[in-house]
Design a protein around this ligand. Structure first.
Ligand code: F6P
Length: 528
C-alpha cells in the first residue's frame, strides 16, 4: 500500500497556490450569492445523517483540490487496507477492525466478503462473543434483583458506553440504574457505593488491558466494599469486559466477555465494552446500533470520495487546520442526551490524531489534531458563544441536531432547533448595522449535522461517521491514528511519584516538583 503524506503531493502545492490567491478570502455571504448551487455542492445525505458543509470557508476549487489530494495520498488504498484486516496500526503491528464488530452475521455465510481466513475467523469469534454478551445482557435485564449496574472503566472503556447510554436513555429499560466510575478519585466511587447495595448490584470491570491503574484500583476497592458489606457471591456480582481474560480470572471474576487486540480502546463501544448499553437498551437495540454503524461503514467503504461524508468532513477539517490555521473545533450537540458527545469525540480524535510525527517517525511540518470541546446547546450559547461570535479566534462549530423529540412538551423542541439554525446563521451573517461592541464580523464557519431521530441505529451511524472521519484525517496527515504512546510517560512518572510520596525521596526532581511533593507529605495531609 502506497501512502503519500499530504504535504508531498502535487495537490498540496496547488492548494497552497489557491490559498495564496484567494482561498483565504472566501466570504460565506458572497459565496452563497455568487453560487446558487453552493448548498447542493456542499451538502450530503449519508446513512442516518444529513450534513450541510456549505457554511465552511471553502470554495469549489479548493474542494476539488482536496479531493485530488485524498486520491494522491492513496486514501482509497489505505481505506481498503483498513477493511482487509491489514496491520495498519504499524507501531503496534496490529490490524484495525472495529468495523468487523458490526459486520452482520449474514455475511459470515459469504466467505468471499473477507480478505483472509484470519478475518473470517475473527468474524466468527465476534459473533460468538456478541451472542453470548447479548444473552447475558438479556439475563441481567430480566433479573429484577439486579437494580444497579456499575461500570468501572476509563477512557474508551468508559466514554463510549457512558455517552451511548445517555444518548439512548429514551430506549432504556426502567428499573435499571447505570453508574459509571472512571476516575481514580475516590470521590467518584464513594458516591456510587453510597447509593447501591451489594445484593442488588452488578459491577462490570471494563478494561481492554486489565492493567489500567485507575480501573484496577476502583475494581479492587469495589470488591473489598462488596465483601465488607456482606456481599456473598463475587462471581455473580462482577463481570469483566477485556482482552486479558486471564488477568480477569486471576482477579476472581468468572463471567468474562473478551475482545481482541485489533479493537482500539476508543473504538471499542461495539465490542463487549458495550455491555452496559446492551443491558440498558436490550439485544434488539444493540443490534440496531451495530446495523446503523455498519450502514455507515458501507457508505465509507464504497461511496466515491466526492460523495463520501467521512471523507468530505475530513477534507474540510484539513483545510480548516492546515490552511486557515483554526486550532480548535467546538462541538454543539443540540440534544441534551448527546451531552457526553464532546468528551467522547475528544478521545476519539485527539488520542488518535494528536501526533507530531508521521507513521515513519518523521517530524511533521504541519499541524494535526485540533482541540475539540463543547457543551450542549442552548447552554453553550449563554456561556462561550460570545467568544465564538465576537472573539479574536475563529472556531469552526459543529452543530449536531435531531429533528424529532422524544418528549411531548409543547414548543421546546422547535425552539431548540431554531436556536441551532439561528446560531449557524448568526455566525455566518454577522451584523454590520451596528458598530463598536455591537458589531459582528460574521463569516464564521460551521458544519450542521442533522439526524431525523436519535435512535440506536442513527447513533451508531453518527459515531461510525466520526471514526472514519478521524481515520481519513490521520491517513492524509500520514500518521498512525491507532496508537497512543503519548499517554505512557505520565503513567510511568505517576508510579515513580507514588513511591516518592511514601519515601520522601526528592533526588533528581526539579524544584517545583520537589516542592509539590513536600507539600503533599506535610503533616496534616491525608497520606504520610
Ligand atoms: O491511557 C489511555 C488508554 O490506553 C486509552 O487508550 C484507553 O481507552 C484507556 O487507557 C483505558 O484502557 P483499558 O481499557 O486498557 O483500561
Amino acid at each position: 500500500m502506497n501512502r503519500v503524506r499530504c504535504d508531498r503531493t502535487p495537490a498540496w502545492s496547488a492548494l497552497q497556490a489557491v490559498w495564496q490567491a484567494d482561498g483565504q478570502d472566501v466570504d460565506l455571504r458572497s459565496a452563497f450569492e455568487a453560487d446558487p448551487g453552493r448548498l447542493e455542492a456542499f451538502s450530503l445525505q449519508a446513512p442516518h445523517v444529513y450534513a450541510d458543509l456549505s457554511k465552511n470557508r471553502i470554495d469549489r476549487v479548493a474542494q476539488q483540490l482536496l479531493l485530488d489530494l485524498a486520491q494522491q495520498c492513496g486514501l482509497e488504498a489505505h481505506r481498503d487496507a483498513l477493511f482487509s484486516g491489514a496491520a495498519i496500526n504499524t507501531t503496534e503491528d496490529r490490524a484495525v477492525m472495529h468495523w468487523l464488530l458490526r459486520y452482520p452475521a449474514s455475511a459470515l455465510m459469504n466467505q468471499g466478503e473477507f480478505a483472509t481466513e484470519l478475518v473470517a475467523d475473527s468474524a466468527r469469534q465476534v459473533h460468538q462473543t456478541l451472542d453470548a454478551m447479548l444473552a447475558y445482557a438479556q439475563a441481567v435485564r430480566s433479573d429484577e434483583t439486579l437494580t444497579d449496574i456499575v461500570n468501572i472503566g476509563i477512557g474508551g472503556s468508559d466514554l463510549g458506553p457512558q455517552m451511548a447510554v445517555q444518548a439512548l436513555d429514551a430506549f432504556a429499560l426502567a428499573g435499571k440504574r447505570l453508574h459509571f466510575v472512571s476516575n481514580v478519585d475516590g470521590h467518584e466511587l464513594a458516591a456510587v457505593l453510597a447509593r447501591v447495595r451489594p445484593e442488588n448490584t452488578l459491577f462490570l470491570v471494563a478494561s481492554k488491558t486489565f492493567t489500567t491503574i485507575e480501573t484496577m484500583t476502583n475494581a479492587a476497592t469495589a470488591r473489598a466494599w462488596f465483601q465488607a458489606q456482606g456481599g456473598q457471591d463475587v462471581g455473580r456480582h462482577f463481570a469483566a469486559l477485556t482482552t486479558n481474560v486471564a488477568a480477569a480470572r486471576q482477579f476472581g471474576i468468572r463471567t468474562t466477555f473478551g475482545f481482541w487486540d485489533w479493537v482500539g480502546g476508543r473504538y471499542s463501544l461495539w465490542s463487549a465494552i458495550g455491555l452496559p448499553l446492551a443491558i440498558a437498551i436490550g439485544e434488539p437495540g444493540f443490534r440496531q446500533l451495530l446495523a446503523g454503524a455498519h450502514a455507515m461503514d458501507q457508505h465509507f467503504r464504497h461511496a466515491a470520495l466526492a460523495d463520501n461524508l467521512p471523507v468530505r468532513l475530513a477534507l474540510i477539517d484539513l483545510w480548516n487546520r492546515n490552511f486557515h490555521g483554526f486550532s480548535s473545533r467546538s462541538i454543539a450537540p443540540y440534544h441534551s442526551a448527546l451531552r457526553r458527545l464532546p468528551a467522547y469525540l475528544q478521545q476519539l480524535e485527539m488520542e488518535s490524531n494528536g501526533k507530531r510525527v508521521d507513521a515513519r517517525g518523521e517530524a511533521l511540518p504541519f499541524a494535526t489534531s485540533p482541540v475539540l470541546w463543547g457543551e450542549p446547546g442552548t447552554n453553550g450559547q449563554h456561556a462561550y458563544f460570545q467568544m465564538l461570535h465576537q472573539g479574536t479566534d475563529v472556531v469552526p462549530v459543529e452543530f449536531v441536531a435531531v429533528r424529532r423529540a422524544r418528549h411531548d412538551l409543547p414548543g421546546h423542541h422547535d425552539l431548540l432547533l431554531c436556536n441551532a439554525v439561528a446560531q449557524a446563521q448568526a455566525l455566518m451573517l454577522g451584523r454590520s448595522d451596528a458598530g463598536g461592541h455591537r458589531h459582528f464580523t460574521g463569516n464564521r464557519p460551521s458544519t450542521f449535522l442533522l439526524l431525523d431521530d436519535l435512535t440506536p441505529a442513527s447513533l451508531g451511524a453518527l459515531i461510525a461517521l466520526q471514526e472514519h472521519r478521524v481515520f481519513v484525517s490521520g491517513s492524509l496527515w500520514g500518521i498512525n491514528s491507532f496508537d497512543q504512546w503519548g499517554v505512557e510517560l505520565g503513567k510511568v512518572l505517576a508510579r515513580d511519584m507514588q513511591a516518592r510520596l511514601v519515601s520522601g525521596d526528592e533526588a533528581g526532581l526539579d524544584a517545583s516538583t520537589a516542592s509539590l511533593l513536600r507539600r503533599l507529605r506535610a503533616p496534616g495531609s491525608a497520606t504520610p
